[in-house]
Design a protein around this ligand. Structure first.
Ligand code: DGL
Length: 273
């Protein structure tokens, strides 16, 4: 039985889910948020399916033990293996890929570019879901980026690191944007919206789609519908757990503008398979 005062859980392989926290804090400021970033095992996008499923189950259990009233899978890579995970959650689960595909379905565009991790790209989940959901005839191009999530995780905001992110973005996106001329770009990894400003600087005028907005909206609709919104009048708090470095996570939370961080704690990682 869910309680309106229970927290909302948000999971990702690293800090990528902060892009989702940002939107949830904007839309639902009264909610308490519990975040888990598996910093010890990022990047998930370069792991095999069994490892991703096992690591995701570990985070699902963490959230289950804390009685969250809803769980946001703020990781597109984990979203690809959701059919093997739904049964481990007793609360409603919202995933990033579903949100991204729905966001695209409502757009008046002909050619969509999707950038994601290699695992998400290889799964073909985005082209399949977008084509199945869109009422228009669309061309969907997909590009898997092996290094980008890791670079964003560890290099955000630093001079040399920022230059490395920029040159990696060019390497991955130039072809899709400048030659294939996509109408918009879906950010199919939650780390990428954290560098949306850099992408916009490199490709001015390119519309970017961040599934986080749709995820936050779906969560709000669910909480409103079920009468599960936190009834408090003040603001909720964000508590962050990571299997990586709490200091790095505290810094990143600040850099990307997260608010009301009540604590950043270390949590022991699952043993690597
Ligand atoms: N942020 C994750 C995603 O949305 C994955 C990054 C990674 O661990 O490779 O796919």
């Amino acid at each position: 039985m869910s309680h309106s005062t229970a927290p909302v859980g948000i999971i990702d392989s690293g800090i990528g889910g902060f892009s989702v926290v940002r939107q949830v804090q904007k839309l639902l400021p009264g909610e308490d948020l519990l975040y888990f970033g598996d910093g010890a095992h990022i990047p998930y996008g370069n792991h095999a399916e069994e490892a991703i499923t096992a690591m995701a189950r570990y985070m699902f259990r963490f959230m289950e033990d804390r009685g969250v009233k809803a769980l946001l899978v703020a990781c597109n890579t984990i979203s690809c293996v959701m059919d093997r995970l739904e049964e481990v959650a007793s609360c409603p689960v919202f995933n990033a890929v579903q949100a991204g595909a729905s966001a695209v379905a409502g757009l008046e565009v002909d050619k969509v570019g999707v950038i994601s991790t290699v695992f998400t790209h290889n799964s073909r989940i985005y082209p399949q879901k977008i084509l199945a959901q869109s009422p228009r005839k669309l061309v969907v191009l997909s590009c898997g980026c092996p290094d980008l999530a890791r670079l964003v995780e560890h290099n955000l905001g630093r001079g040399e690191g920022a230059a490395e992110i920029e040159s990696n973005l060019r390497l991955e996106l130039d072809h899709m944007v400048l030659e294939d001329r996509v109408d918009c770009c879906l950010l199919g990894c939650t780390h990428y919206p954290l560098v949306a400003g850099t992408i916009q600087k490199l490709y001015p005028g390119l519309p970017l789609i961040d599934p986080a907005e749709e995820m936050a909206r779906s969560l709000k609709n669910y909480l409103d519908r079920e009468g599960l919104g936190n009834p408090r009048t003040g603001a909720g708090a964000l508590t962050i757990y990571t299997t990586g470095g709490p200091e790095e996570y505290a810094l990143r939370a600040k850099q990307v503008g997260l608010e009301r961080v009540a604590g950043v704690e270390f949590y022991p990682p699952m043993e690597v398979l």
